[in-house]
Design a protein around this ligand. Structure first.
Ligand code: ATP
Length: 356
């Protein structure tokens, strides 16, 4: 207990603070999480961080890549902010992200992709939301060596998972007053798996959201149309692998991986993280853009506001959003966006605007 502060202020703070698990992650993870922590503290976000390890950082501390206590903490507190984690390649480790999403049943990955003032790109007015099925498909990790030189990977589609992600996407789109849901698929080739994905989407649409605009496109044609004009799309509903690939593609429309946030949502828990990876090429240089994780933290504040009835979270999220938009509009940018600021300097620029 801090004896320098009056007891009443300690009580009020601790009553309001939401305990959130913080996983700094690997590569640029610790740098960007530190920047985001500073910004949230400056905005007086009612968050009490509970820090846990995952990835190489956990291995270096003699733990499993996804330690059971990290998983238990997310289950206990229900919300986490996660930096990118590296899974060691070819050493019998299964992906940390895949494990986390499957074990916590975080079945919906939602990734808003929006044009930003001050970040000029080929297209303006891009406003897409990618909704990605997060628990099955080719990322089920069921691979085998049939014989020497022949390996297989199994693509899994279940009616339950295909239906619940479709329902999630339509409900989200309706609640947020979005314009349209488009499914990208390859059911002409993968008749059973992708066939089930679109059949479930069609059924959910017909039975529950009949008047909501809905469209299906074969993914290759969809990608071609997307690069011609991304503004013709709104909410994209995709199975796991397609969602992963198309997320990075869409990041390119708005300035790259440094500006695309994400949330992994289940019935019980939610883990917020940027779309980018641990970016080993720039790790430790202090130049990574913390914006994608900051935007993920704003999504987290909105989620806390919605699920815990704490209106201050949403208000603080809006203030942070206004502050980073203002910083970008003023030309305060990291090098990935053509600016010259480092990670900490960009955080300072946002904090200055929060206070100004
Ligand atoms: P993963 O396979 O873990 O998803 P990835 O292959 O998508 O990772 P990243 O680690 O995201 O790769 O990095 C891709 C490129 O984008 C790299 O050149 C990296 O430096 C750049 N990049 C990623 N995130 C950021 C960021 N926050 N700020 C600046 N550059 C970034």
């Amino acid at each position: 207990m801090d004896l320098r502060r009056p007891v009443s202020s300690i009580t009020v703070r601790s009553m309001k603070a939401h305990r959130v698990v913080l996983i700094p992650g690997d590569g640029i993870g610790p740098e960007v999480t530190e920047a985001v922590k500073r910004i949230l503290a400056a905005a007086e976000a009612p968050i009490e961080w509970v820090q846990h390890l995952a990835g190489l950082a956990a291995l270096a501390n003699g733990k499993d890549v996804l330690p059971p206590e990290t998983l238990a903490a997310v289950r206990e507190h229900g919300v986490a902010l996660k930096g990118p984690c590296t899974t060691p390649v070819g050493k019998g480790f299964s992906s940390i992200n895949v494990q986390l999403r499957k074990k916590l049943n975080l079945y919906a990955a939602v990734r808003p992709v929006r044009s930003l003032e001050g970040v000029p790109t080929r297209f303006s007015n891009v406003d897409l939301v990618i909704v990605r099925e997060n628990t099955e498909g080719l990322y089920s990790g069921i691979e085998s060596e049939v014989t020497t030189g022949v390996v297989t990977s199994m693509k899994v589609a279940t009616e339950t998972a295909c239906t619940r992600i479709a329902r999630w996407a339509f409900r989200y789109s309706q609640q947020r007053r979005r314009r349209k849901v488009t499914v990208f698929h390859k059911a002409n080739i993968m008749k059973l798996t992708d066939g089930m994905f679109i059949r479930c989407a069609q059924q959910v649409h017909e039975k529950e959201f009949g008047s909501f605009p809905y469209q299906e496109l074969i993914i290759d044609a969809g990608c071609m149309r997307m690069v011609q004009d991304p503004t013709q799309f709104d909410v994209l509903l995709l199975e796991n692998l397609y969602g992963d690939v198309v997320s990075d593609l869409c990041a390119g429309f708005v300035g790259g991986l440094g500006v695309v946030p994400g949330a992994n949502i289940g019935e019980e828990d939610a883990v917020f993280e940027a779309v980018h990876g641990s970016a080993p090429d720039i790790a430790g240089k202090g130049i990574a853009n913390p914006l994608a994780l900051l935007m993920s933290a704003v999504m987290m504040l909105n989620h806390l506001g919605d699920t815990r009835g704490d209106t201050s979270c949403r208000q603080i999220g809006q203030r942070i959003k206004a502050a980073y938009n203002c910083a970008l509009a003023d030309g305060q940018k990291t090098s990935d966006l053509g600016g010259s600021l480092g990670t900490a300097q960009f955080a300072d620029a946002v904090i200055e605007r929060l206070r100004g």
